[in-house]
Structures are given as structure tokens and as C-alpha cells.
Design a binder for this molecule. Structure first.
Ligand code: C2O
Ligand code: CU
Ligand code: CU
Length: 514
């Protein structure tokens, strides 16, 4: 069933969202963004390459609380790994044996999930692998990954959004044999620049705000201030004539629509879990929470350009689309990164025609199609939220599919394994979104390919490997993958909406590989 105009307008509560919420972004308004004043050099997260012992790379990661200074004269309590906010960039190579040594010095529990990576379920860092306050967690695994950008973040049941908002996230760069020979820009921090893109809201005392209204819960939490690698109003001093930007949308719920202020196109070379087979030129690049993309930017000496985010054009058609975008805060234009070129060195890098060879699973190979219907509370759920401030689905729910945040009529339950997938199976997962919101659907452990959107073949930039796919309102998306590798009947992997407030409210399920 399509989300029709009549249904939206019929739901008084949904229409009421417009009045309740909407973030006020930006320049020209007196907010934290303005108060921040001049631009600052983009912070580059430190690289952590691990220490090799007995053929295993050991990574020490200490999850800790700290104090960050984003605003003049204000302190912001944050969480980081080996630092106050965010964490180091782990560098891995396909085939590496790694041992993670994660300690939690926070005064509360957490987890650390390796988003996008193919690892045994017990090493996944999802909501079952809780690291108690003061305790250590030491998973080890072999890296079996195509070259791409991955990330790690908290995945504590019901608290993921709050902990990621405080800063518990970081990047993972994986290289492989194929990527090593391509000659792409790959000098970290020089011509290979990671960008963790997040929006935040500040309270008057300098601390980060988090969910404070029904609107935040329904539309997802959005900030009015952009941080890139934890830098407010960043600029990058570009050193070479060709630069690779690795973008992570590490925001809780905001969808970005990237483009350049001088109208140039973006050359996209990678998606979530791999390089693309060949580079794709795009005018705009839309990136949902959890998704990654890599682009190549060629510049001339003494040039300054800006990476921007523009209003989301693709999110729903017509008047309803416009109303939804305003409602969820994706109709704003703002700067992401100023790129300043001085005297540039020659690139010394190249963009080959063919970047990667990828698995090409065909629908007729699929043993099975599973359907996942995303559910959100409409009228009843909103009334419940207003009364109790809790989401429906935790505790009692008022009945009916649309009364809970969930998938296939069920809200996440750690004790219930929803799907059992035979190891080695090729499967199609069909995600159906009848809700008024767009949802980025993420599957743990695997990388998939997008088969179609409402029956239409995906655009060229969606031909790479992915682990998170944005499903627009009213849309049905089919993805295909080969599952398996590590079986474990008792420890499940997650699949969920990567709008962290939706995930925390129950739009998540579990599958075991058997
Ligand atoms: Cu990015 Cu289940 O996670
Ligand atoms: Cu994940
Ligand atoms: Cu969602």
C-alpha cells in the first residue's frame, strides 16, 4: 500500500508534527553555528594501525568520557575512544587477523559494533555484546572485506542514539590487494580525507542536547549545527591537485544531499562496502545515516570551493514530499567543508576505468525472498508518546500494525530471533516502506547489492556493495546477497533502520545464521 495524501492528512497527529518540530538551521540566525565565528582547520582523526604480535594486529581502544570544546567558552561533555570525542581511524587490510581490546571506562554500559564488517555474530558488537562499565571486551576475527570505508559505533539496546550523539563512533579503512594497485589518492590526511558528518544541538551550558520532543522521536533527532570530524565550520587545506573524500553520514537521522557550490559534479568512486566497478559522475550525492561514499575532487591551485548540502530532492514526490522534507528537516542548504587550495602538488594518483570486481548475484539464484515491512506508530502511537513519553512497543502497545515502531508488526525483542538464514544461501530481502518517512535499512554482517527500487533497476552509483539502503516513503526496495560464513544458532545479527531513534524505539530485528 502506498502512503497516500489522504492518509497523511487524515492523521491529525502527523500533521501536528509540522507545528511541533522542525529544526532551525543556520546562517543568519543566532544559534551556535553563528556564535562559532571563524573557520577552523578540519580535524583529522588519528590513525590506529595496531601492533603486530604473533601475526595478529592488536588494537587498544579505550571508551571514555571527556570534555570537548566546540563553542567558545563552553565545555561539552562527550564520549570518545582514546580521546574525548569520536575515535581513531582503524586501518585494516583484507586478510588481517585482528584482536580488538576494547575497554569501557564509562560509568555505564556500552557496546562497540563494526558496522559493515563480516565478522562472527559474537564479535559483531551488537546489543548482545554488552561491555559493562569498567570491563573489557576482546573479540578477534579475520578481516574479509573489500576495500572501503567502514565504521564503529555504540549499539547498546535502546541507547544507541544517545551514545552516538555523545560521540561514540569512529572510522575503519580497509584496503585489499585490488585497491592497492589502483593508484587512487591514499595518503591519509593528505590526499585521502575522512569526513565524519554529524549534526548536533547545543544547550545553553554547552552540553549536547538529545531527544526532547515527540518530533525528535518520530522524525529522528536532528541538530542545528554541523560537525565534521568534530570540527565546527571546518576548512581543509588541500595539498594535491586530486583529493579523495571519504564521507560517512554519522548523523542520527539527517539525510544529506551533497554537491559543490561552484556547480561542478562529484565523481563517486565507492559506496558503503566497496569501490564501484567504475566511477560515476553525479550532480548531487544523497547520503542517509549509516551510508558511506567516496568522491574524488580535482582542484586548481589557489582555488576555493565548498562542499555543501542541499535540500533533499528525492525524498518523496510532489507537495507531500515537500511537506515531509520540511517536517523532517531535509530542506536546508548549508556548508559542509570549505576546501582551500594553495600551491598544489601534482596528483601522483590516477582513476582507472575499472576500480573493482564485485560479486554479481542474480535473482534466479536466490533460494528465497524475505519481506520486511517497516512500521511506525501513527495516531495511537503518538498519543501514547504524549502521555507516557515512551515509545509504543516497549511495554504495552495499543494493537494494530501502525501502533509500534517495528518491522513486520513486531518491535525489537532481544529474546526473539526473527529470521534464520541458512549459511551459504543467496537471498533477496524485500523492504517495504508504507510509512510517511524515509528509512535507511541496514543489515549486519553482509554486503548486498541493490536489485531494484519499485521494480526499476538502481542507478549506477548503487551498483557497488552496500550494507545500508535508503527506502523512501512509499517505496519497495529489493536487495540480494549471499549469506553465511560464520554460523551461530544462538547469537543473532541485527537488521534495522539506521535512524537511531527508530532503531532504539524498536525498528530492528534479529537473524541467526544457521
Ligand atoms: Cu551501524 Cu546495527 O548498525
Ligand atoms: Cu551494522
Ligand atoms: Cu526509520
Amino acid at each position: 500500500m502506498r502512503f497516500s495524501r489522504r492518509r497523511v492528512l487524515g492523521h491529525g497527529a502527523a500533521a501536528g508534527l509540522v507545528a511541533v518540530g522542525g529544526t532551525r538551521w543556520l546562517a543568519g540566525k543566532s544559534n551556535a553555528f553563528d556564535a562559532a565565528g571563524q573557520r577552523r582547520p578540519l580535524r583529522i582523526p588519528p590513525l590506529l594501525e595496531g601492533t603486530l604480535r604473533d601475526g595478529v594486529k592488536h588494537f587498544d581502544m579505550q571508551i571514555q568520557s571527556g570534555i570537548s570544546r566546540f563553542l567558545p567558552g563552553r565545555e561539552t561533555p562527550t564520549i570518545g575512544v582514546n580521546g574525548a570525542f569520536l575515535g581513531p581511524t582503524l586501518r585494516l587490510h583484507d586478510g588481517d587477523l585482528v584482536a580488538m581490546n576494547v575497554s569501557n571506562s564509562l560509568p555505564y554500559d556500552t557496546t562497540l559494533h563494526w558496522h559493515g564488517m563480516h565478522v562472527p555474530a559474537k564479535a559483531d558488537g551488537g546489543p548482545h555484546q554488552v561491555i559493562k562499565s569498567g570491563k573489557k571486551w576482546s573479540p578477534s576475527f579475520e578481516v574479509r572485506q573489500k576495500a572501503a570505508l567502514f565504521w564503529y559505533h555504540s549499539h547498546l539496546m535502546g541507547e544507541t542514539g544517545a551514545q552516538v550523539n555523545l560521540g561514540l563512533a569512529g572510522l575503519i579503512l580497509v584496503d585489499d590487494k585490488e585497491s592497492g594497485g589502483l593508484g587512487l589518492p591514499s595518503e591519509y590526511g593528505i590526499d585521502d580525507i575522512p569526513l565524519v558528518i554529524q549534526d548536533r544541538r547545543f544547550k545553553a551550558d554547552g552540553s549536547f542536547a538529545y531527544v526532547s520532543s515527540m518530533h525528535d522521536e518520530m522524525a529522528g533527532f536532528k541538530g542545528d549545527t554541523l560537525l565534521v570530524n568534530g570540527t565546527m565550520r571546518p576548512f581543509l587545506t588541500v595539498k594535491r591537485s586530486r583529493t579523495r573524500l571519504r564521507l560517512l553520514n554519522g548523523s542520527n537521522s539527517r539525510i544529506y544531499n551533497f554537491g559543490f557550490n561552484d556547480g561542478r559534479s562529484l565523481l563517486q568512486i565507492a559506496s558503503d562496502g566497496s569501490l564501484l566497478e567504475r566511477a560515476v559522475k553525479r550532480r548531487r550525492l544523497r547520503l542517509a545515516p549509516g551510508e558511506r561514499a567516496e568522491i574524488i575532487v580535482d582542484m586548481a591551485s589557489d582555488q576555493t570551493i565548498k562542499l555543501m548540502s542541499y535540500p533533499d530532492e528525492a525524498g518523496g514526490r510532489g507537495m507531500m514530499g515537500g511537506m515531509m522534507r520540511r517536517m523532517v528537516g531535509n530542506d536546508e542548504t548549508f556548508e559542509v567543508l570549505e576546501m582551500r587550495a594553495g600551491r598544489l602538488e601534482d596528483a601522483g594518483s590516477s582513476i582507472p576505468d575499472r576500480l573493482a570486481s564485485l560479486p554479481d548475484w542474480q535473482p534466479d539464484q536466490a533460494q528465497r525472498t524475505r519481506e520486511f515491512q517497516l512500521n511506525m506508530p501513527m495516531m495511537g502511537g503518538m498519543m501514547g508518546m504524549m502521555r507516557g513519553r515512551g515509545m509504543m512497543g516497549r511495554g504495552s502497545h495499543g494493537g494494530g500494525m501502525h501502533e509500534l515502531m517495528g518491522i513486520n508488526g513486531k518491535s525489537m525483542d532481544l529474546k526473539r530471533i526473527d529470521e534464520r538464514v541458512p549459511s551459504g544461501a543467496i537471498e533477496i530481502w524485500k523492504i517495504v516502506n508504507d510509512t510517511p518517512f524515509a528509512h535507511p535499512f541496514h543489515i549486519h554482517d553482509i554486503q548486498f547489492r541493490v536489485l531494484d527500487r519499485d521494480g526499476r533497476a538502481p542507478a549506477a552509483h548503487e551498483h557497488g556493495l552496500k550494507d545500508t539502503v535508503l527506502v523512501d516513503s512509499g517505496e519497495t526496495v529489493r536487495v540480494i546477497s549471499k549469506f553465511g560464513g560464520y554460523t551461530d544458532p544462538d547469537q543473532p545479527y541485527m537488521y534495522h533502520c539506521h535512524i537511531l531513534e527508530h532503531e532504539d524505539a524498536g525498528m530492528m530485528g534479529q537473524f541467526a545464521m544457521v
